[in-house]
Write a protein that binds this ligand. Sequence first.
Ligand SMILES: CC(C)(COP(=O)(O)OP(=O)(O)OC[C@H]1O[C@@H](n2cnc3c(N)ncnc32)[C@H](O)[C@@H]1OP(=O)(O)O)[C@@H](O)C(=O)NCCC(=O)NCCS
Length: 172
Amino acid sequence: MKEAQFSIMPQVRIRPQEVSDADLFFEILTNLDYEFIEVPIKTLEDEIRFLKTNDARRKNNFEHNYSILYDGKLVGGCGIRIDQHRPWVGEIGYFVDKAYQGQGIATEAVKQLEKIGFDELKLQRIAVLMDIRNIASEQVARKSGYEKEGIAKKIHRIEKEYYDCFVYAKTR
Ligand SMILES: CC(C)(COP(=O)(O)OP(=O)(O)OC[C@H]1O[C@@H](n2cnc3c(N)ncnc32)[C@H](O)[C@@H]1OP(=O)(O)O)[C@@H](O)C(=O)NCCC(=O)NCCS
């Protein structure tokens, strides 16, 4: 496994998402730039419903979602979705409050998330796919030591339009 090349940020930690995170998540997602992603959460009720069903997704080894805390404050979310046909493969995703972006928070969260993926979930491969226009996300993958494997065409959908993604991955 390749080592990530960035410094430790002790003020950043991730923990499983809680239903009581709903208000802050909804606020963060409402203010986020949605240029390169589609978020299915449109109302606070959607967010609460999503958080309430997290436990089932975790128990079924479908998705393991975490809150990102900075100095104890909720500033984002991240997670690993398990490929149901290849349960040794996970795909990570992340978002950070607009007001906290550009400080290395997503990069630190990825470091903690991938440790869970490789050490606890016993994954052999962790991938991250981002819209080819999503420079910030690509930079997070690069800084975290993920290797660019290529382009997955039309794998990403935003409002009925299909877009290409870069595929980055790290293996154990
Ligand atoms: C992607 C995202 C999570 C990054 O969060 P973050 O905490 O700002 O990430 P980091 O600070 O760890 O790293 C971001 C890097 O991108 C760089 N960056 C951001 N926007 C950029 C741009 N337009 N051009 C070039 N670099 C850019 C930052 O400078 C930083 O790199 P650096 O440390 O080398 O300077 C955040 O932008 C976000 O939430 N975006 C919306 C959701 C999303 O797209 N998620 C990813 C889906 S695949």
